[in-house]
Design a protein around this ligand. Structure first.
Ligand code: HEC
Length: 118
């Protein structure tokens, strides 16, 4: 009788432990925001007119019209919109600038990993 009670309690504790550890691990994840969909929209609205295989190209063969093309250029895209600008990486979009909010979104995405899943 006594041992049954102990077994019952240990199951209860085990179940409780599992539940709390599960909820803990999901709530301790620092950042679950997916930035990439927003980044894609920013690129579509501000960059694809020049940087796409169907766009004007404007003298540079850099196309951002696929998820993988955007992700593999994450760092240089970040530099192009936020600086520091150099002779090699000029300020983009050419002739204008993104809003501070858009630049912050791109920076947050690159800091998170700069992948199509980030
Ligand atoms: C009006 C056309 C135009 C738009 C819009 C534009 N770019 Fe560019 N981009 C260019 C040109 C032209 C170059 C080449 C500049 C040079 O090297 O003199 C360039 C170069 C770059 C480069 C450097 C890599 C390379 O191949 O030279 C990056 C990165 C880049 N652009 C990103 C962007 C991003 C991100 C946006 C949108 C926020 C954007 N561009 C919008 C015309 C454009």
């Amino acid at each position: 009788m006594k041992s049954r009670k102990i077994i019952g309690w240990s199951f209860a504790l085990l179940a409780f432990g599992l539940i709390t550890s599960c909820s803990k691990s999901s709530s301790s994840t620092p950042d679950t925001t997916a930035y990439f969909p927003k980044v894609k929209t920013i690129i579509a609205n501000n960059c694809l007119s020049c940087h796409s295989s169907s766009g004007s190209w404007s003298g540079r063969p850099t196309a951002f019209d696929s998820d993988s093309a955007i992700a593999s250029s994450a760092t240089i895209i970040n530099t192009a919109v936020a600086g520091p600008w150099t002779f090699m990486v000029k300020k983009m979009p050419q002739g204008s600038a993104l809003s501070a909010a858009d630049i912050a979104t791109i920076e947050a995405w690159v800091n998170k990993g700069g992948k199509a899943t980030d």
